[in-house]
Design a protein around this ligand. Structure first.
Ligand SMILES: Cc1ncc(COP(=O)(O)O)c(C=O)c1O
Length: 494
């Protein structure tokens, strides 16, 4: 099998990366059997016509990923397939980041955060964080750049990383030049510096209803006039947008066209076209927050508005928090040229630059092609959880409960019958071992009390099965209480 390996010396991929990728494929496909010996470094490098170091580096990468093991004095061998760790045994740090819509727990009589099955947070858990490759690439950056990684950096971001991002984003059909990319310290900062750039006291912004609460908080902090546009299962109601555009001159429209937070809804192509058309007619700027389109479990390819924006009306935000590690605080913006300098100034005023060390490490993730592996691991894990979630919901929830399987992202939005309070279900859940996000926290106005958001980011498949049974039991109890209340309410008529 080894004979099939071919290295291309004219390619701009490193030879050791080419060798590593091909060997990895042979191992993963079972073409190289467990415990079989790989060629010795000297023999292999001679056969391939490369330096010894090329083979050493490729073997080291494979060892790091536990695909091979080394025996001193004997050589390098294909490792046995790792037994998949039982999800229940995954170590979870007590102090995992709890995002803003999870703060409801910890009241009297309710279980503590670590005793709860946590459907409320959309933040990934530490078991998904790629610590081993991160350590290697971190050391590589330190060896390579030394103190430069810790000096003041350019406010726009580390140039090689911007270059890697412009290549990565091509797979999403977005063509971004290096000088349109701005690195920021998380998407939340991205939203904040855009608000700082564009909003003055009393300015109008349009948002989806419901929407991401972190954005509402930012717009409120600028004392903006927030106008909601109702979201439907195929995107915002465009007639409502059109009517409101005639009355209000908005500074921008903030939206999440793919796997929206909290609903999981994705916009139809028809609505995307219409929104771009309205943006043209009304000279409207769009801020597109795209956290989750990488997590697709079988939906059609999710094109962004940015990829279809021919007139420079869309500012695109992408966070690495959900698909990589939130603690790195890394995200980027793609900004039409005419806004670039103003936004750069806001970024400078916020924190001057984003951590240079983590930018360098992320850049190596892209350059050494560790990135694809990371994304595919995260996507596979979430897809498994998603499938278990949908199956559990379908087989346990009472028929009165509606939901739309989103086929991607991290969130599922449940609609309860009118009169059933999401907050009450949430409070009961905390006493019975589950934490869910009551829908009301995602509204700026006209709160809908009968909604719930369930996330798959921080729950194992076993927890999903157990947790959804608990949730269904609570909902059934509420439904029967409601019937009971209704009976009482008609009694005075006789
Ligand atoms: C839609 C949306 N935008 C932005 C953010 C903030 O992301 P970051 O961690 O990159 O600041 C979140 C986090 O949950 C989110 O859901």
């Amino acid at each position: 099998m080894i004979e099939s390996i071919q290295l291309d010396k004219n390619s701009n991929r490193h030879l050791y990366i080419q060798l590593y990728s091909q060997l990895r494929e042979l191992i993963e496909m079972g073409e190289l059997k467990e415990h079989s010996k790989l060629p010795s470094i000297r023999k292999f490098s001679k056969e391939l016509g490369v330096n010894n170091v090329t083979v050493v580096n490729a073997y080291n990468l494979l060892e790091e990923e536990k695909l091979v093991y080394k025996k001193v004095g004997s050589g390098t061998f294909v490792a046995p397939k790792e037994i998949v760790q039982d999800e229940e045994e995954i170590y979870l740090d007590d102090d995992i980041y709890i995002d803003e819509d999870t703060k409801f727990a910890d009241k009297k009589g309710m279980l503590k955060e670590d005793q709860l099955i946590n459907f409320a947070t959309a933040a990934p858990t530490p078991d998904l964080f790629p610590i081993a490759p991160f350590k290697r690439l971190l050391n590589k950056v330190l060896d390579r750049d030394g103190g430069y990684a810790f000096g003041y950096q350019k406010s726009q971001g580390y140039m090689p990383l911007r270059d890697s991002i412009s290549k990565y984003i091509k797979s999403y059909d977005i063509d971004a030049k290096l000088d349109e990319i701005q690195i920021v310290s998380g998407a939340q900062q991205g939203i904040d510096i855009l608000a700082k750039t564009f909003l003055d006291y009393g300015d109008t912004v349009f948002v989806e209803r419901p929407t991401y609460p972190g954005a509402i908080s930012v717009f409120k902090s600028r004392k903006a006039n927030i106008v909601d546009i109702t979201i439907e299962s195929d995107g915002i109601n465009v007639e409502e947008l059109e009517t409101k555009l005639k009355v209000n001159k908005a500074k921008f429209l903030y939206l999440m066209p793919n796997f929206q937070n909290p609903t999981g809804y994705s916009y139809s192509q028809e609505k995307k076209n219409k929104i771009l058309e309205l943006a043209r007619e009304h000279d409207l700027l769009i801020i597109e927050d795209d956290c989750l389109s990488d997590l697709n479990y079988g939906a059609n390819k999710k094109l962004s508005l940015k990829s279809q924006d021919t007139e420079g009306r869309v500012i695109y935000i992408k966070s690495f928090s959900k698909i990589f590690m939130p603690g790195l605080r890394l995200a980027f913006l793609i900004i039409p040229q005419r806004y670039f300098n103003d936004i750069l100034l806001s970024k400078y005023m916020s924190d001057i630059f984003t951590d240079g060390l983590v930018q360098r490490v992320l850049d190596l993730y892209f350059r050494e092609e560790v990135w694809e592996k990371q994304i595919s691991k995260v996507e596979k894990t979430y897809q498994k959880r998603y499938e278990v979630m949908i199956k559990s919901l379908k087989s346990n929830l009472p028929v009165e409960i509606n939901f739309n399987p989103p086929l991607g992202g991290l969130n599922i939005w449940l609609e309860l019958p009118e009169g059933i309070s999401g907050k009450k279900i949430h409070d009961k859940g905390l006493k019975e071992g589950i934490n869910i996000a009551p829908g009301q926290v995602f509204y700026n106005s006209q709160r809908e009390e009968n909604k719930l958001r369930l996330s798959i980011a921080a729950v194992t498949t076993k927890e999903i099965e157990t947790g959804i049974k608990i949730l269904s039991k609570i909902i059934k109890e509420e439904l029967s209480n409601q019937e009971y209340d209704w009976d009482n309410s008609i009694m005075p008529l006789i």
